[in-house]
Design a protein around this ligand. Sequence first.
Ligand code: SF4
Ligand code: SF4
Length: 491
Amino acid sequence: MDKKTIVYRGSLKSCNYRCSYCPFSKHAMTQKELDADKRQWLRFTENLAQRAASLQIGALLVAPYGEALIHPWYWDGLAALSALPYMKAVGAQTNLSFPADESLTRFRWAKGSVRKLRLWATFHPEMASVQAFAEKCIFLHRSGVLLCAGAVGAPEHLPLIQKLRALLPREIYLWINRMDNRRPPYAKNEIDAFLEIDPYFVRELAYPPSDPGKCAGRLFVEGDGRLRACCIAPSSPENWYGPCNADDAPKCSRKICSCYLAYGGQDDFMNRILFGDFPLFRIPRRPKAAFLDIQGTLLFDGSSEIPRRTELELTALARDNIPLFFATTLPYEDAARRCAKIWHLFDGGVFAGGAHLVWENPSEKKEEFLTFSEEILPSLHFLQRKWQFRILIYRDKKARPKENVYKITLLRPKQKPWLSREADALWAALPKQLRRPLRHFTEDSCLQIVSRDADKGSGVRTFCKWLGISPGEAAAAGDGDEDAPMLELLQ
Ligand code: SF4
Ligand code: SF4
């Protein structure tokens, strides 16, 4: 998420639908109030157009209280913003009741870019027929609009939602939102039925604990300029129209990120893998393969326990038929031990920093090592006493003896991690001709040595060839220096 997403909610509080449980269905706005909402929106879009580039803002999602897209000024504002080169995506949450053909014509006439338009369409069984809602989704999809559709997971509406799933093409993701405070709680068969429709419903069932450190990529702006880190975070003393800096994410005191508009805007591996750069629109890109770093992405702070939510999310990806691969500096055996709980969900991966590739699927197993000569070992033994390390050697046992090393780890005690200047000094002390075909990197108390040709980027490239896909069709997540070649390749 290199560019930020703004979520905008104006003073609009009205809707053309009359859903029985909704406060906005009962609130009629006066013309004066509507005019005020229009003024706020136009002021905001003009201001955003001037500042988006400097604030590194690439997307805008309108998340109204009520229905915004029945008001033509919202279409005009979205069109104007979509025409700006640095805005990559603009859209709104909607009940889809707007006149589709007429609205798109207006959007195009206002020089809007339809390929940047994103809609988050919610199905309201009390107000729309399944057939009419599905037909509108399909019309918009065929018109080039990216959209997701979804519904609140009310068990009594299950048959209608199942019918909707059957009517929509697979490219249109149908999400299910959890019904909060539902009594009685969901029964197992109800959960299973909703998971059949939306494998990512598991994310709704296990909201994540709050972690404001992941929320710098999104800002929630209200019509009067008040700011929040997300729709449920408290407002900040700063104002969009004051001397605010989009880098200063407002504080958050929530304990749990209890809706998609909150957790969907976090910078986490699942949002990146499944939804790409602007996950708040909730429109999956469904990569043809996903490569995941282990330490810092699946495992945290030296813990060997995969968080429960991560396990559920990975299960959902596998259930959605997205092939999963590890991309790690760990050797295969260590990765298998540390990720035993989720190992069955993966088809192998890039191990040992790209020096060992394994693709395991039911029909075949492919394996490749990037090995090097062991002639560097005497020099390392010579330096051992000065730098105080143990030497761990990883070999491809099927390769020619003496040429079969694929990774060397210089292991120090935990309390004596490698400083980068120490690692560089050791490296410089090795004979040039021995280190030339190799590269090194440090991970806490380990100094790792692998072939110069081995890194996660080259490993993922080989995998893409094996899978018959282009790198652009794959996704990856990782947060360390070793992940950079892989992330650059897939950009
Ligand atoms: S469509 Fe949404 S905003 Fe409108 S009445 Fe129904 S629940 Fe409320
Ligand atoms: S509640 Fe919102 S701002 Fe707070 S951590 Fe969760 S997503 Fe971030």
